[in-house]
Design a protein. Sequence first.
Length: 471
Amino acid sequence: MERLYDKLKAYSESDFYAFHMPGHKRNKALLGIELPYDLDITEIDGFDDLHHADGILKEEQERAARVFGAEESHFLVNGSTAGILSAVMGCTHRGDKILVARHCHKSIYHAIYMNGLVPRYVYPEFDISMHMNGEISKEDVAKALAAEPDIKAVVIVSPNYDGVVSDVKGIAEVAHSYRIPLIVDEAHGPHFGFHPVFPGRANDLGADVVINSLHKTLPSLTQTAILHINGKIVNRRRIKKYLDMLQSSSPSYIFMASLDACVDFLDGKCENAFELYVERLQKFREELKPLQHLQILRTEHYDISKVVISTANANITSPELADRLRKEYHLEMEMTGGTYVLAMTTVADTQEGLDRLKAALLEIDGQLEAKTAVSGSIEISGELPRLEQYFTPQEAADREEDGEAEEIPWKESEGYISLEYAYLYPPGSPVIVPGERISREAVELLCYYETQNLQIEGIQTEGKIKVWKHE
């Protein structure tokens, strides 16, 4: 099978001259920087068109479907966000109700806003001992659908940012009993299915639409992802219509070549690499068992590629640990949470990289002491607060645009109806969603994040939040 990269490389080395976009005209010397201008083309003859694929891109997407166990797959060059927006909007109509895992990524909430949907939430279990969001239970999904059988779709994230996996198979069965689709944001799980140590992938467990960010845990360029479609419940034409609307009309051939190269690696060429990766990862975890104050967290159903380092029982905060790893050891972590730091590993990690992180954690741990209570300090679990929905996100946005907003300090916002989001990014799971009445627990959680020197995003003015002024 011809690879897109090989075709681009051959074209770049030919004597074809570009009287077409892009404007750099494959002239690498002009700016004097080593970007792959020579491979960057537009939809010219022989290279197919992502929006009307009938050649090499059609073949590559069909191979991706086979490799990932899907019935139909579509390359995404605008990241998983484009896939999530297209999936949600393609599976619902304006004004529909949708059941959403509350710790979903902000792009889910943007889709809710764009389609004027009425969200209903199912909350993840919360492990108070680990200060971590856990699974979405199929029982909670069943209760929500029984209470409001007019819900039109279910959306969950599995695995979540911390690697916690939900019962996709059970939740799919519940959703299908109501003849509605299950959309799974599996952005952090594209490596599932390529080694038995990792959980099963959502395509094999009954999910109707699955979104994978290949760039997160597989060797592919940032912004590359894939949307998969399965079964007969979803309207495939509607999803593809939104993909055409929401993806760039000038998709990057470099991105698509990266997707193709990644799929080619996974297609019968990755077994040895994954065996070595898993062996290194398991050894790495075993060698960190002597930690006395820092802890490596793991829940019952978990993706072991995510290394969650808890500081809850040590006299160091998570931002302090991340800062030390960055400044003293030149190790950059993926995310800093309220009481933990997240290190992401992938099949591309080297033994040298894992050894450096292991040595750094053991050395820092040896310099720490057990955490002691500090007078006046804020102690909080980090569990997502359950807020009362007063408006839909769309209605809240309408009120802001109509001038019905005032900005107040968020520390004084308890009881007000929010017209803005508030969240940490990453992971981008909202503490407050527009249209919700702000609770004391939400304010306390934001205050806690502030004491941990974590950046609160979603609000336009630091320290303030827009609220409805005409209650």
